[in-house]
Write a protein that binds this ligand. Structure first.
Ligand code: ZN
Length: 202
């Protein structure tokens, strides 16, 4: 089966403002597992200094350049994302950057080497995909009909292949695109619905 989606990855980093981050850790970010308990709205991100990249995640919140978001289809994706502003400590907005949160999260699943547990502090499910390179997948049951974009459990975007193919006509620096398969049955021995993980005792 061909590639249906790409996971958009980068090692680009934008540093978060310390004051904003400590406030977030008291409110939305679990101090132990760093998962963002995202509300059903966009989150404003505050950077430490003026800087820009095309793709990154700041403390678990994906941040894209408007140029890159536009190349992926822009308005085609926006109904499926919550968006927030990217600010500097003096409240100045960085107009070329946008913070996004997927309205639907998908787990990138692996094989038998994968691990699953729950955070002792917030109870969130933590999944580590054991996988050979380029062999991660999402389960068909997690997909919603016609949705072109999801957020992965590792805080990056999973975007449908035709949109990514269009964006890849340009170079984006240190950004790469991991092909993601769609399969019907998990290959890691965990339940199809990972939220049932505790109940099955694995
Ligand atoms: Zn936690």
């Amino acid at each position: 089966m061909g590639t249906a989606y790409y996971h958009i990855l980068t090692d680009e980093v934008l540093d978060a403002d310390d004051f904003w981050l400590s406030k977030m850790q008291g409110e939305l970010i679990c101090p132990q597992c760093w998962l963002v308990n995202a509300p059903e709205k966009g989150i404003d991100v505050v950077l430490a200094v003026r800087d820009s990249v095309h793709v990154t995640a700041v403390s678990g919140i994906p941040v894209l350049s408007r140029e890159f978001l536009g190349a992926l289809g822009g308005s085609v994706l926006l109904p499926y994302l919550h968006t927030g502003r990217v600010l500097l400590p003096n409240s100045e907005e960085m107009p070329n950057l946008v913070a996004v949160k997927g309205k639907q999260i998908v787990y990138l699943r692996g094989r038998r080497e994968s691990k699953c547990c729950r955070c002792h502090t917030c109870g969130h499910l933590l999944y580590g995909a054991g996988h050979a390179r380029n062999r991660r997948y999402i389960l068909r049951s997690q997909l919603r009909p016609g949705w072109p974009v999801y957020e992965s459990d590792t805080w990056q975007l999973v975007v449908s292949a035709p949109l990514v193919d269009a964006a890849r006509r340009r170079r984006w620096g240190k950004v790469w695109f991991e092909p993601i398969r769609v399969v019907d049955e998990p290959e890691d021995g965990f339940p199809t619905d990972l939220e049932e993980f505790d109940r099955t005792g694995r």
